[in-house]
Design a binder for this molecule. Structure first.
Ligand SMILES: [Zn+2]
Length: 234
């Protein structure tokens, strides 16, 4: 066999092996995606629940602040009661205080409702956090497996790529460029031995004259039907 052709076929051996490892790496992707999707769902639920808790806490702080303000107002009104001179002033001050007390009563009942909702929301959040933790614990083994498989494949790929580079260095640049161009079109293999009188890839018959030249010169030729490189075996 022609040495250039032998060198090219050695490159192809590495490329086919690289393709196989890349396909295995690609197979890991859906597994990782499944794990991620499940975790993300749980994480989203936790985040939504946490946002709900934060909103209730904000309301709680606001209402508490208002209650404190209005209680201070009542105290001030009470202090002012001592200073009133007339019945009219006293009636007005009492009315003002009563109103403030009603407001505080409403706010306190609001606060109770908020507290109840907050307790519920915290309970839900806690449950979801537990679920997330359970999913993460459950996924630890699976993720470890995927990571170690990926590391192994990455290691294999690095070795194969080095071998490929070394093999490619032995192929004439023009022939390698031709091969790379053909392989670039999503082909796993670009060079095929002829099968009898036909292209080894697409089985299109090659004219006798051309076949004769290929067998005599060892030339690597393009199959016009399917676009791969062909060589005469043996
Ligand atoms: Zn062909």
């Amino acid at each position: 066999m022609d040495t250039d052709l032998a060198a090219l076929l050695a490159v192809q051996v590495e490329d086919v092996a690289i393709h196989g490892v890349e396909a295995k790496l690609a197979e890991l992707e859906p597994r990782i995606r499944d794990l991620d999707t499940r975790r993300q769902k749980a994480l989203d639920a936790v985040e939504r629940a946490a946002a709900g808790v934060a909103a209730e806490e904000k309301k709680q702080a606001y209402v508490r602040e208002k209650i404190a303000e209005h209680k201070q107002l009542i105290e001030r009104n009470q202090a002012q009661m001592d200073a009133v001179k007339t019945m009219k002033q006293a009636t007005a001050a009492v009315a003002q205080m009563e109103q403030a007390k009603r407001i505080v009563a409403t706010e306190e009942s609001d606060l109770l409702a908020i507290n109840r909702r907050l307790e519920e929301a915290r309970g839900v959040l806690h449950g979801l956090q537990n679920e997330l933790a359970a999913i993460e614990a459950e996924q630890e083994t699976a993720r470890g497996e995927v990571a170690s498989q990926r590391a192994t494949l990455d290691g294999e790929l690095a070795v194969l790529r080095e071998q490929r580079n070394a093999a490619a260095a032995k192929v004439p640049a023009a022939l390698l460029a031709r091969y790379d161009r053909i392989r670039g079109k999503r082909r796993v293999e670009a060079v095929f031995a002829m099968s009898g009188m036909s292209c080894g890839n697409c089985d299109t018959a090659i004219p006798m004259q051309r076949r004769h030249v290929m067998s005599a010169t060892g030339a690597v030729e393009l199959c016009e039907a399917c676009g791969v490189l062909m060589y005469f075996p043996g």
